[in-house]
Design a protein around this ligand. Structure first.
Ligand SMILES: [Zn+2]
Length: 424
């Protein structure tokens, strides 16, 4: 059910205006308040009472839970737990989130109060609410939920605890623990909900990958070269890649031994990289199929840096564009395609000249397109090793290249060389 249908149902129950109910609901949902709780709150506001008593639901297996259930009783093992503060009706509320499992499967949960359980505990949770979260059912543990120690240990296939290598970290993860070396740190001032706030942004690495991080409570331990165990982080998508977030609940402990950091980016097929939903510092190898429009000599808005078309910026209208070089190349490795984006420096390398050379060439030809055409002539049909940050959205996958080099293990080149020898 969407907000509209919930609002309609509530409004007709309570006999009040639907738009008013909808506005109240939306306001609560913006603060991540579960729909059931939001509805109860709106009910109370309009004098509709608490919604009656709930019979104790039957026990179910985790893999049977659907969003059609109002409430369930499950016997599960706690896999992970993360702690976070959200703002709820003007107050800061500490919630706990993570995953629980039984023999049949895994489900995520949000606990709206501290039940005192930890990863590894085997528990029976009575009358847990079910809500939909990112298309999947999720358990909602609230003040009508009971939590008791289970009679026996619940055996599960999944790893208990939040320790993960960086390569296994994904957006949406909660309560993760990582052991990393801090590679880069920048101090930043942002305007948050409580005014100007100092934060740290940077990059951490381990033997499997590198990832960006944000520390919302700047800690002095996070300095370049520090080897740290960081517990209770959550992961969200930032500029299309997973980003590690440290909160007031995260703990940072220096490690006695240095953390080995991967020199190379993990190499994935394009299909696997795209399926990950976004990756920081990944490597792919594929053939350039074509160069897309908006490559070569381009103009950018001086205000926001967006590419200007016909003198128009999407945000700033009529602007005096600044010349720049860029390539958007479609690269295919047989499993899928990705748009590889080269910045001005990498473009100058593949073009064999900088911005001034490109402007001269365009002037001589009286046509800007000669630059993109020259780049297409040199790239299309060749295999390249590309390293960079991959972001995936509704419009496709983009790989912002930090390295772009002819692949030495190019199967197409090898085939051509063999043909040439036969021809001689
Ligand atoms: Zn602009």
């Amino acid at each position: 059910m969407d907000v509209n249908s919930h609002a309609e149902e509530l409004a007709s129950d309570l006999g009040v205006d639907k738009e008013e109910v909808k506005a109240d609901l939306q306001n609560l949902l913006e603060y991540s308040v579960p729909i059931d709780e939001a509805k109860q709150s709106v009910r109370r506001k309009h004098g509709g009472g608490g919604g009656g008593s709930t019979p104790t639901p039957d026990s179910v297996d985790v893999d049977e839970i659907t969003t059609d259930h109002d409430g369930v009783t499950v016997t599960v093992r706690v896999l992970t737990q993360g702690t976070r503060t959200i703002r709820y009706q003007g107050d800061d509320l500490t919630i706990r989130e993570g995953e629980i499992a039984d023999e049949t499967g895994v489900i995520s949960y949000t606990a709206w109060q501290d039940f005192g359980f930890e990863p590894g505990d085997s528990l029976t949770m009575g009358n847990a609410g079910v809500r939909e979260w990112e298309g999947e059912p999720e358990l909602n543990l609230n003040d009508s939920t009971t939590v008791a120690i289970a009679d026996e240990t619940v055996e599960v296939d999944q790893e208990v605890g939040g320790d993960r290598s960086l390569v296994d970290i994904a957006a949406g993860d909660r309560g993760r623990n990582v052991e990393v070396r801090v590679l880069e740190v920048d101090e930043k001032t942002i305007s948050g909900r409580d005014g100007e706030t100092e934060i740290l942004e940077g990059v951490v690495g381990d033997a499997t990958a590198k990832l960006p991080f944000t520390d919302w409570q700047p800690r002095s331990e996070l300095e370049p070269g520090a080897d740290l165990r960081i517990e209770d982080v959550y992961v969200r998508e930032f500029r299309g890649v997973p980003s590690i977030n440290l909160t007031e609940f995260s703990t940072v402990t220096p490690l006695p031994d240095p953390v080995e950091v991967a020199e190379d980016a993990p190499r994935l097929s394009v299909a696997d990289a795209v399926a990950s939903g976004g990756m920081f510092d990944v490597e792919i190898v594929g053939n350039v199929l074509e160069i897309r429009d908006g490559s070569g000599l381009i103009e950018r808005c001086p205000e926001c840096g967006r590419v200007v078309q016909n003198g128009q910026c999407r945000s700033h209208g009529d602007v005096d564009g600044e010349d720049d070089l860029r390539v958007k190349a479609i690269v295919d490795d047989g499993t899928d395609t990705v748009t590889v984006v080269l910045d001005d420096e990498l473009t100058a390398e593949v073009y064999g000249g900088g911005l001034d050379d490109a402007l001269d060439a365009a002037k001589d030809a009286m046509d800007k397109e000669v630059v993109a055409e020259a780049i297409a002539d040199s790239l299309v049909g060749h295999a390249y090793r590309v390293r960079g940050n991959l972001s995936v959205d509704d419009y496709g996958a983009n790989l912002d290249a930090s390295e772009f080099a002819l692949a030495d293990d190019d199967p197409a080149d090898a085939a051509r060389a063999a043909l040439a020898e036969v021809g001689e």
